[in-house]
Design a protein around this ligand. Structure first.
Ligand SMILES: [Zn+2]
Length: 332
């Protein structure tokens, strides 16, 4: 299996990844609570529109509509039996979109969490988690994904299960975690823990880093925390377009295209080589991000004051013993 993403990274300093899938599909009429993956079968024309909008914005990498394409999640929608087909279709539609534009963009097969809690806190065994992810990985591979893209993971064991599935499918892979809880993942994992985890793996990811979380300023601080440990593997930053808020009954994100352009520039200066958006990031945001990355040269690492000034107040201060605070807050 040739790693097209690795080849691109060998020739370019930075790459632009895509924006949101879920929030953009909501804007296209997906109802809250519905599985976006079912649209691969039921409304493929809309998925093609979303993919094409990212390609038109000039992304180098875009993710397939397969975040929740695993047996566990789709079981909630009575679609467990077709998870392979839906994953396959998400990638074959991506291939169709790429071919139509004669684009060279990399198709990354998105693999989000199973939605279950793993042992010992929950009941999902490691073996079962690998099976879920492996089925999804094979579907994405069969549909024509170039690379598999594990994302929004909080639990170390779930990350390990997903990467094992990528290896079983004999596919190159990337992996990002969501540091959405004052600089930690929900399960208490730190950026440093993630660097150590991927550095120790036998089959290393093509890229790794962070996605989603709590806004652009938190994301840049997370990337600084990762790059501090000087990992050899390229770092990925896919931050949300600010913070979600409810306006007239629907979800809006606070991050303007200008803020996201600032974010892209700072994320790159902080050490990220693959830069994109997550929830709330539209093709309009991406165009501005690309424009900024092209016009500005890579600067020195941003200070925390610069991050605050250009992106707004982060939800945490690096170096603070937030876990102690979290525990004491929970006890109240
Ligand atoms: Zn997100």
């Amino acid at each position: 299996m040739t790693d097209r993403l690795q080849k691109l990274l060998d020739n370019r300093d930075w790459l632009l990844a895509d924006g949101a899938t879920g929030t953009n599909l909501f804007n296209m009429g997906l109802a809250s609570g519905d599985a976006p993956e079912l649209w691969n079968r039921d409304k493929p024309e809309k998925i093609l529109v979303l993919y094409d909008a990212f390609l038109k914005a000039g992304v180098d990498i875009f993710l397939t509509n397969s975040f929740g394409c695993n047996r566990s999640r789709l079981n909630l929608h009575g679609a467990a039996e077709i998870c392979f087909e839906l994953a396959e279709r998400s990638a074959s539609l991506a291939r169709e979109a790429v071919d139509k534009r004669t684009s060279q963009a990399i198709i990354a097969g998105s693999m989000g969490p199973t939605g279950e809690i793993m042992e010992p806190l929950g009941t999902l065994t490691f073996t079962r988690a690998v099976e879920y992810f492996h089925e999804q990985a094979e579907g994405l591979k069969s549909g024509g994904a170039d690379v598999l893209w594990i994302e929004t993971i909080s639990d170390k064991n779930e990350f390990l299960a997903a990467q094992e599935a990528c290896n079983l499918a004999n596919m190159p892979w990337c992996g990002t975690m969501s540091f959405d809880t004052v600089g930690y993942t929900m399960m208490g994992f730190t950026p440093k823990n993630l660097v150590e985890l991927v550095s120790d793996l036998q089959i290393k990811p093509t890229g790794f880093g962070a996605n989603c979380g709590a806004g652009a300023s938190d994301m840049v601080l997370t990337i600084l925390a990762i790059s501090e440990h000087k990992p050899e593997i390229p770092i990925i930053a896919k931050g949300n377009a600010g913070i979600p808020c409810i306006k007239e009954g629907s979800i809006h994100y606070s991050g303007s295209p200008e803020i996201m352009a600032n974010y892209a520039e700072l994320a790159r200066s902080a050490g990220a080589r693959i830069i994109g958006g997550c929830c709330g990031t539209t093709p309009v945001h991406l165009e501005r991000m690309k424009d900024r990355l092209e016009k500005k040269t890579n600067g020195s690492k941003p200070t925390h004051d610069e991050v605050r000034e250009l992106l707004g107040e982060p939800s945490f201060q690096p170096g603070e013993k937030k876990r102690v605070k979290r525990i004491s807050r929970r006890r109240k």
